[in-house]
Design a protein around this ligand. Structure first.
Ligand code: NAI
Ligand code: MG
Length: 501
C-alpha cells in the first residue's frame, strides 16, 4: 500500500512563512545564527525539505541566556505588576486563537499529524493553557506564619513567605506536540515572572518560531522569551549546562533526561523532567466493551502513537480477550493513513525517517521475539514516513516490545486472569507516566487507581488533558508536574521573611 498525496493549496501566510529561512529570537530581535548556519526541517508526509531554519549553537544560546538574564535581573519584566503579566499571557492566547488555522496547518506540515487533530486538539489546548496560566499570575501568594522561637523568650515576630519566580529558565521540548509543549512550558514560566530561553526540537521548530512573532506582537518586553532552534547535542546541551540558567525544564527521552541531570550539576540548577512511558491500559470483562475497544484503540493510535502516555500495553481479562483485541485490530484496519493535510486522514506519518526506523526496528524485534501481528506490522511503501497501525499478540511481559517505549502506533496485547495477579505486572516497568482502567465496578476502579504507580490514571477514558489537571511521571517518567497549579511549583520559589516587632 502506498500513500497518495494530492497537491494541496496552502494558505499564503503559511507559504510565506516557510518560504524564507527562519531566524531565531534573541533579545526581541530576529537574528541569524552566529555561525551563519541553517538546518532543514522536513515535511514527514513527503520526506521533502519544508523550510530552512537558523541553527543555534553555544554562542547563540549564550547570547539568549544573557538577554533573559538582563530581562529578569534589571529589565522592565520584573517591574510589571502581576496583573500586567497576566494580561500579556492572556493576550498571547487571544492572538494564537486568531491564528488557529495558520498554526494548525504549520504544525501538520512540520510534524505530520492530521490537520483535524492539530486544529481540534493541539492549538485549542495551547490557547487554553495560556489562558489558564494567565489567571494564576495574580494568585501566587505567600502566607503569614505564627512562629514561637524557643531561644528568644518574650520576643514577637511578624513572619511571612513570598512566592518568587526562580529566574532564567531553559526549556527544551520535543517534536510530538511542538506548539502544545511550547505552551505547557512557556505559560507557567511567564505567569510566574520567569524569563525563558526555549529550544524547540530540530524536527519541528516552525510553530514555536511563529509563536515567537506573536509573543513580540503581544508586547512582551525584549529578552523575556528567546527562541533558539538547533540540535540537541549542541544548542540543547549548551542550554542545559549554562551557568546563568536557574532552572531547566525538559520533555523528551529518558536517555536525554539523564544527560540533562548531569549537565545541570555545574551550577546545581533546578531540573524538571517529563520523560518516556510504557503505560498499561487495563480492560475488565465488566467494562462497557464498545467504549473500552474504541478508547483502547485511540489510547495507542492517537498522534501516530507518538505520545509519552500512549496506552501501549493492553491488558485484557481473559474471557473477553479475543473480543477486545479483535475489536482494537478492526479499528486499526479502518484507520486512514495518509498525509495530514487530506481531510479524511486519521493517522499521519511518523515525524522523521529516524523515528520510522526506530519503530520498524521494534516491529522486527517483536516478531523475532515470537509476537504475532494481528494487524499491521510493516512500514507503508512509497515516500513519507508512514507505518501501519499495529496490534501485537502472543506477547510476554519480558519481551522488549512490552518493556521498551516504541513511540509509534504499536500496541502489545496480553491477557490476565485476576486483578491480584495483574497489578504487579501492570507496574512492572521502569516508567510510571499514565494508566487506563476500563470497568463498571467503581470500587475496583478506584482501588486499582490507587495501586497504579503512575502520575495519571484514566478510568473509562484515555488521553483526557486539561490545563487544570497536573501531568507528570512516577519513577523514570520524570520529576515534577506540568499543567494545573502544580506546574507553578516548578517556576517559583519560597522566600521566608521574618521581622522582629
Ligand atoms: P530526544 O530526547 O533526543 O529529544 C527531545 C529534545 O531534547 C529535543 O529538543 C532535542 O533536541 C533535545 N536534546 C537531544 N539531546 C540533547 C542533549 N544532549 N542535551 C540537551 N537537549 C538534547 O528524543 P528523540 O531522539 O527525538 O526521540 C527518541 C525517543 O524519545 C522517542 O522514540 C521516544 O521514545 C522518546 N520521546 C519522548 C517524548 C515525550 O513526550 N516524553 C517526546 C519525544 C521523544
Ligand atoms: Mg519537520
Amino acid at each position: 500500500m502506498g500513500i497518495a498525496v494530492s497537491p494541496i493549496q496552502i494558505d499564503s501566510c503559511v507559504s510565506d512563512f516557510i518560504g524564507k529561512p527562519r531566524k531565531m529570537l534573541i533579545d526581541g530581535k530576529w537574528v541569524n545564527a552566529a555561525s551563519g548556519k541553517t538546518f532543514p526541517t522536513y515535511n514527514p508526509a513527503t520526506g521533502e525539505v519544508l523550510a530552512q531554519v537558523a541553527e543555534g549553537d553555544r554562542a547563540d544560546i549564550d547570547a539568549a541566556v544573557k538577554a533573559a538574564r538582563k530581562a529578569f535581573d534589571s529589565g522592565p519584566w520584573s517591574r510589571l505588576t502581576a496583573s500586567e503579566r497576566g494580561k500579556l499571557v492572556w493576550k498571547l492566547a487571544d492572538l494564537l486563537e486568531q491564528h488557529l488555522e495558520e498554526f494548525a496547518t504549520l504544525e501538520t506540515l512540520d510534524n505530520g499529524k492530521p490537520l483535524t487533530v492539530a486544529r481540534g486538539a493541539d492549538v485549542p489546548l495551547a490557547v487554553d493553557m495560556f489562558r489558564y496560566m494567565a489567571g494564576w499570575a495574580t494568585k501566587l501568594e505567600g502566607t503569614t506564619i505564627p512562629i514561637s522561637v524557643p531561644y528568644t523568650p518574650g520576643a514577637q515576630y511578624h513572619a511571612y513567605t513570598l512566592r518568587e519566580p526562580v529566574g532564567v529558565v531553559g526549556q527544551i521540548i520535543p517534536w510530538n506536540f511542538p506548539l502544545l509543549m511550547a505552551a505547557w512550558k512557556l505559560a507557567p514560566a511567564l505567569a510566574s515572572g520567569c524569563t525563558v530561553v526555549l529550544k524547540p526540537a530540530e524536527q519541528t521548530p516552525l510553530t514555536a518560531l511563529r509563536l515567537g512573532e506573536l509573543i513580540m506582537e503581544a508586547g512582551f518586553p525584549d529578552g523575556v522569551v528567546n527562541i533558539v532552534p538547533g540540535y540537541g547535542e549542541t544548542a540543547g546541551a549548551a542550554l542545559a549546562a549554562h551557568d546563568l540558567v536557574d532552572k531547566i525544564a525538559f520533555t523528551g527521552s529518558t536517555e536525554v533526561g539523564r544527560l540533562i541531570v548531569h549537565a545541570a550539576t555545574g551550577n546545581l540548577k533546578k531540573v524538571s523532567l517529563e520523560l518516556g512511558g510504557k503505560s498499561p491500559n487495563v480492560v475488565f470483562q465488566d467494562a462497557d466493551l464498545d467504549a473500552a475497544i474504541a478508547g483502547s484503540a485511540s489510547a495507542i493510535f492517537f498522534n501516530q502513537g507518538q505520545c509519552c502516555c500512549a496506552g501501549s500495553r493492553l491488558y485484557v481479562e481473559r474471557p473477553v480477550f479475543d473480543r477486545v483485541v479483535e475489536g482494537v485490530a478492526a479499528k486499526a484496519k479502518k484507520i486512514r493513513v495518509g498525509s495530514g493535510l487530506e481531510p479524511d486522514t486519521s493517522m499521519g506519518p511518523l515525524v522523521s525517517e529516524e523515528q520510522l526506523q526506530r519503530v520498524c526496528n521494534y516491529l522486527d524485534i517483536g516478531l523475532s521475539e515470537g509476537a504475532t501481528a494481528l494487524t499491521g506490522g510493516k512500514k507503508v511503501g512509497g515516500k513519507g514516513y508512514f507505518v501501519e497501525p499495529t496490534v501485537l499478540v502472543n506477547t510476554k511481559d519480558n519481551m522488549r516490545v512490552v518493556q521498551e517505549e516504541i513511540f509509534g502506533p504499536v500496541v502489545t496485547a496480553i491477557p490476565f486472569d485476576d486483578p491480584e495477579e495483574l497489578m504487579p505486572r501492570a507496574n512492572d516497568t521502569v516508567y510510571g507516566l499514565a494508566a487506563g482502567i476500563w470497568t463498571r465496578d467503581i470500587s475496583k476502579a478506584h482501588r486499582l487507581a490507587s495501586a497504579m504507580r503512575a502520575g495519571t490514571v484514566w478510568i473509562n477514558c484515555y488521553n483526557i488533558f486539561d490545563a487544570a489537571l497536573p501531568f507528570g511521571g512516577y519513577k523514570q517518567s520524570g520529576w515534577g508536574r506540568e499543567m494545573g497549579k502544580d506546574a507553578l511549583e516548578l517556576y517559583t520559589q519560597t522566600k521566608a521573611v521574618c521581622t522582629r516587632l
